[in-house]
Design a protein around this ligand. Sequence first.
Ligand code: G3P
Length: 214
Amino acid sequence: MRFFLDSAHVEQIEQAQRLGILDGVTTNPSHVASTGRPFLELYKEICAMVDGPVSLECISLKAEEIVAEAKKLVKIGDNVVIKVPLMKEGLIAVKELEAMGIPTNVTTVFSAAQALLAAKCNATYVSPFIGRLDAIGHDGIDIVSQIKTIYNQYGYDTQIIVASVRDPQHVLDCALLGADIATMGLDVISLLYNHPLTDLGIERFLKDWEKVPK
Ligand code: G3P
């Protein structure tokens, strides 16, 4: 299972890289806005520092404009993946971009039926937002399970990037379902390390070590 960092903050990317478990980065307009930096120089810096795919999101709403925007973004680096929102015009653009050899990540996906459409348009990645579904009383993981079943059933190559991941249980559930990738913030990655029994275990060993003759 691959781990992507869901962030546009260079310092956070560096921290995730230091942990040695970073396989790629996903950005979105909100993450970029939170850095306060001009987007082009930021994208260049991120793409240069990451050894793996970096998703950069198109903000156009018409297919031709999305394709034109994507063609500019893809020049930033060999690892650029074009993030396109799930909508009619977006899907038309995805099919075209994939035919041109430009990898896409279909984003803001909230149902398995939407994910089926993304696969039919040959998207390289699909991003179901599970945390936002949970927040409105749906079961985000259930959608991932449905997507996995559908993709296996028909042999679609589209890879599932589980997004809007909120906690370690989400990551575990995704891993059990065989999701290809989970993209998450540094806060969720940090939570993965924590376990109260681990803390207690370390504390006990250190206490006992004090009794060892030195
Ligand atoms: O980047 C896409 C997605 O992971 C955003 O998630 O719900 O934390 O804004 P959210």
